[in-house]
Design a protein around this ligand. Structure first.
Ligand SMILES: *Cc1c(COP(=O)(O)O)cnc(C)c1O
Length: 232
């Protein structure tokens, strides 16, 4: 049952918070994003009923389809790579776009947000482990971008998103999360108002929290395996 699984996740979150050593810059609360991709819309209804306000989806089309089937509600996060030709729809359908992974996309989102008079909240996705198959800003690009952020007037950067490489033992990726936290601190020195460090999924969220995450994206641990036969 979702209620039991949620309790287990919440307990692990609290335990990880208690185990944190440093990481003072991200506060002492964690936002749990319920990742509902490849599950039916009823899973979102159940999540909202249990007080999970933050809904994570990785495809614009799928989220749009579910939003059309559900009453208004929830705070929708886009967590998957966004193709530039979907930028307009993404701005229309998501409160927080966590997966901003290129300058080109940032420019486009700023433009699309301006069109509808919105200030789009985003996270910058970092490719900390320099994985070829993953998108995200590399360190040099990120450092170059930092001073330019205020020029995007319809974008509000709220922080960073990190996806760790898959690992059999989450301890292996602890250094990736620690590096994510250091990048966050650097961003916060320039922009003290930032408040989100999104790191960790079902397999590694406790380690991510120990290293400073204050937002975790959890799917499987709440909802079980995804159903890839569902078509949206
Ligand atoms: C699917 C996904 C998750 C959730 O993964 P689980 O292992 O099911 O918790 C988290 N973050 C991103 C970016 C994802 O695409």
């Amino acid at each position: 049952m979702l209620e039991d699984k949620l309790k287990q996740v919440q307990e692990k979150v609290q335990l990880a918070l208690a185990n944190r050593r440093e990481a003072k810059q991200t506060g002492d609360r964690v936002t749990l994003v319920a990742v509902t991709k490849n599950h039916g819309p009823e899973v979102i209804t159940q999540s909202l009923a249990l007080g999970l306000q933050h809904i994570g989806e990785n495809r614009v089309q799928e989220a749009k389809h579910k939003q059309e089937l559900l009453p208004p509600g929830g705070i929708w996060h886009l967590i998957g790579h966004l193709q530039t030709n979907k930028a307009r729809q993404a701005v229309a359908h998501f409160t927080l776009i966590e997966s901003v992974d290129s300058m080109r996309l940032l420019v486009l989102l700023d433009h699309e947000a301006a069109r509808i008079n919105k200030v789009q909240e985003v996270l910058l996705q970092l490719n900390i482990a320099h994985e070829e198959q993953k998108t995200g800003f590399r360190r040099e690009e990120y450092l170059e971008l930092l001073p330019q952020l205020p020029s995007y007037q319809h974008i509000r950067v709220r922080g960073l998103m990190v996806i760790a490489p898959a690992a059999a033992d989450p301890e292996e990726v602890r250094p990736v999360f620690a590096a994510g936290y250091r990048c966050y601190c650097r961003l916060q020195e320039l922009y003290p108002q930032i408040d989100c460090l999104s790191m960790g999924m079902s397999s590694d969220y406790p380690v991510a929290i120990e290293e400073g995450a204050n937002m975790v994206r959890v799917g499987t641990a709440l909802f079980g395996p995804r159903d890839y036969s569902l078509k949206f």
